[in-house]
Design a protein around this ligand. Sequence first.
Ligand code: FEO
Ligand code: CA
Ligand code: CA
Length: 646
Amino acid sequence: MSDEPSLEPLSAAGRGPTFASIVTRRLSRRALLRDTVLSGLTIYLPRVFHGAPAPAESRLAFGHVGSTTGDTMAVADGHTATVLLRWGDPVVPGAPPWTPSAQTAAAQAQQFGYNCDYVGFLPLPRGSESSQRALLVVNHEYTNPELMFEGYVGGAPTADQVAVQLAALGLSIVEVERGADGWRVIGDSPFNRRITGTTPCTLTGPAAGHPLLATGADPAGRTVAGTFANCSSGRTPWGTVLSAEENFHDAFGGRAGLRPLSDDLLNHARTGIATGRSKWSWERHEPRFDVSRHPHEPYRFGWVVEVDPYDPTWVPRKRTALGRMRREAANSVVASGGQLALYSGDDIAFEYIYKFVTRQRFDPRDRRANRDLLDDGTLFTARFNANGTGDWLPLVHGVGPLTAANGFPSQAEVCIHTLKAADLVGATKMDRPEDIEIAPDGTVYVALTKNPLRGTAGQPPPDDANPRPLNKHGHVIEIFEAGNDHAGRRFRWRLFLVCGDPRDPDTYFAGYPAAQGLSRISCPDNLAFDHAGNLWIATDGQPETFGINDGLFVVPTEGPERGRVRRFFSAVAGAEVTGHAFTPDDAALFLSIQHPGEGSDLSAPSSRFPDRALPPRPSVLVLEHVERRPIGSAAPAAGATVTPTG
Ligand code: FEO
Ligand code: CA
Ligand code: CA
């Protein structure tokens, strides 16, 4: 297959209003530098501006992969894609075999969960850079009961079905090893563990013990039953995983039963809790999900959950200092002053981007000293200014409008009602922030997946950072922290990609010419950098926008190929690609195939992934080059002998 992809047919539906007036002034290097001078802001500029050679360009020599439709997967020539973990596979040593016709919560709580999302590769032994042995930490975001259970009745699950779903969420921690024949799960590893929708988690930080977090089952407001809706996440430099609780509101219903204009009713309206039946209908059998009966239970979700995969006895911590939202991403970087800076977003249309900076410094020599680092620090939300600058606005009790008179008598309320606090300080309403990743050079990349409501009647109009009306394809923004200090309060920003078909005039690929070969891309979601600094983007939504399956793409962020987006992998029907994670040597890439077959049910399933059998099973794959070279390398020449190096 040619290294230069031929363009795919342009969908008429891909056209939209032009947005040139906003975008052109945000795109040019000249404008960025001019704005920098005008603002007096010292910023860090990536190497592309200094004309240095890009070290990564020779790595990406694979042939572009065409899109797929239906239940067909494709990976770049010279690479393999192997199923490593499926929904239902044993995780805890001694777990019973998966029996889809007779699922139980007790069995599921020992087996790999549903809808794998985030994948963390944490080398073993801890502190090493091993690319051969590791703990995989995998989130399980939500369930598709119509694809799990024969005869499932929408909106009316049985008690057993609810219990199985709660057991299928949370996280799986699994030891894996690369042997001569490939990657395998170590079935009897003492690290193997499940955390589910009922596993006790400890609340810590400013809101722990607050009366709003107290319930009949937990009057102290410090111990929550479980974690769910865990989406794109991150890890700390001390080797823990930060699991982000995203669309927790889908579990709750019954808001109409709360007293009119009561605080609880207004708070739960702000986070999107249903007035009547919840999206998941668990409250039919689990009363804690009915807010008319248990109005405080939702305050106990929407947090970052810190998990220590290296210590199975350590109780997961919900870190309230980081705020409460429908959180996507929890990626961090050590700032120049030694504090940890952590980036997140709220993945709902017109919601905000956040940063948390610890008060204390990270100590690379003493793991225990970092144990509670995330309980004390400053939470910020982002304002993107029209001149290309930006401000991190503090969400701190007593600062600006965050006073008792406005409903924030202490920092605990700021942490619990983070969305309302961000409303008050004037954060910028974004086009659905998904993953946020920090490049090796310190630049922060934000995926804004889409927002077709942008500019429609009664909704916010386009702005400089969200320039496209009816934004159905999404975009990617670069943030340059002032002085490359991730603990600071000012930044500059720039559009990197405005996604869609590259021949469409309302797209932008960092200036890379469409005629030189670009893949169309829509709905950017999960992001990851390989160790050469290339950005890998997974998508979630291409079946709706292009009528093709979602996939995994790579784009250099520096050098002559900056902006050249190419498809590397295409997933199966109904699935999104999530959680991609590289080994330290880049020779293996793990990724999740989440919700294969979504949009159908077991009466007419669109997917039988991965085993050509039913039910379809969300799975983690491992991708490798056939010669064990870094992912994205050229395929072996035709006729060459391929000798895996073991
Ligand atoms: Fe779970 Fe925003 O994706
Ligand atoms: Ca996501
Ligand atoms: Ca998504």
